[in-house]
Design a protein around this ligand. Structure first.
Ligand code: SF4
Ligand code: SF4
Length: 114
């Protein structure tokens, strides 16, 4: 599940249905607390806003655990859709680096056709 898909699923689990996700007022407009997932609640990056960062998950999880980093780390709620991203990185990309994979891929050349 991609990070954006995880946010979408999380939002759907947060409220009753997709209509409530759409109408979620946790953007500060209704005087309620601002939810860091609000701009991403449709599972897409907003057209005129920043793309979802993995650090957003970290922020949310810290909020969930009352600011206690250790509790976020040991959180065992595997059923929580954002659990894989709670530490602010993507475990599926572990060892891949930012671009082109890890060191083992840096000097790979395309096979030469004969
Ligand atoms: S944006 Fe936040 S408050 Fe709103 S549905 Fe998603 S998780 Fe819940
Ligand atoms: S992964 Fe754990 S810390 Fe993060 S929101 Fe879910 S239950 Fe809370």
């Amino acid at each position: 599940m991609t990070p954006l898909q995880a946010v979408r699923k999380f939002c759907l689990s947060c409220v009753e249905n997709s209509g409530e996700v759409e109408n979620c007022t946790a953007d500060g407009s209704g005087g309620f607390e601002v939810c860091v997932f609000h701009p991403y609640r449709f599972g897409k990056n907003p057209e005129n806003g920043p793309a979802l960062k993995l650090s957003t998950f970290r922020k949310f999880c810290l909020w969930c655990m009352g600011g206690d980093r250790d509790l976020v780390e040991v959180c065992n709620e595997k059923g929580c859709f954002i659990h894989p991203y709670r530490l602010g990185h993507n475990p599926a990309r572990k060892g891949l680096g930012r671009k082109g994979g890890g060191p083992e891929n840096w000097f790979q050349k395309k096979p030469v056709s004969s």
